[in-house]
Design a protein around this ligand. Sequence first.
Ligand code: BTN
Length: 329
Amino acid sequence: MVMPTRIRLLQLLADGRFHSGESLAVALGVSRAAIWKQVRQLRDAFGQDVHAVRGRGYRLARPLDLLDSERISAQFSDETGAQISVIHLHQSLDSTNSWLMEQARKGAANGTVCLAEQQSAGRGRHGRRWISPYGSNVYLSLLWRFELAPMRLSGLSLAAGIAVLRTLREFGAVEAGLKWPNDILWQQKKLAGLLLEVSGESEGPAQVVLGVGLNTHMDEQGAVIDQPWTDLRSIAGVRPHTRNELVASLIENLVRVANLYASEGLQPFMQEWHDADLMLGRQVVVRNARGAIQGQHRGIDENGALLLAVEGDIRSFHAGEVSLRSEGS
Ligand code: BTN
């Protein structure tokens, strides 16, 4: 596929240094006037501000750490490399989950990965928007097929949370933890989230698109997010890394978790989940379609349901949103 000039221009400017109009024109085989036209479009298409300085040329207001599918796959273990069939890297999509669901319907292979540098309609749980500016954060979807019935996949979203948590800790966000069902928080602020979309026959097989959104460097668009959030660059102790390294580790951990879940379910992840559960023992409110119920958070069961102690009874919840009782009630 031939890459559009605008994307090649962005790649040349990604280092954040000045590039003369002439050198860009030569590198891309177009006129200087064409470079000027494309530079102006970078703001509208990708939200990228470019400084133009007479005598020096153009430079991006902020350097970009762009994704590269070859650099990502070069870091896979042999086992993971053998199971990832292809990485589709898009500059812009409505939603990596929506795109991959469509490919799955058309028969895409197990282990297909979809990444985007930006999403125009990124989707979160409960119909929320997932803010997805260009060239920062991670927007990743992985297609995985299971021989299991969709019903048996209820714990998978919790296990997938462990995969993301392992990556975050590997990179130094050691205090990151989990909030049921699969929010990844740091100091009660959202750092990453998962959206799993399952389809299939009632007796199996089933296919799942596992969508991961991870904040690495949120820009001014973060102002519209309606819940406390953070990003990796704000967390002390996170080691220097590229987004390619982060994505490779996420895929590696997701694949390991998906394989183990396929053979043993949620059970092997229970202890790790318990240890990372930020709400365990706290007084919480669970809100679902039936209303709001208060109680003490007692962890999860082997189906991935949330356990809540309410007036002497233990009740289990398969859907809903949890918040600390002091937060909103
Ligand atoms: C949540 O609400 O916590 C889940 C957020 C999931 C966002 C990711 S970004 C990649 C993938 N594509 C989407 O449209 N959503 C998921």
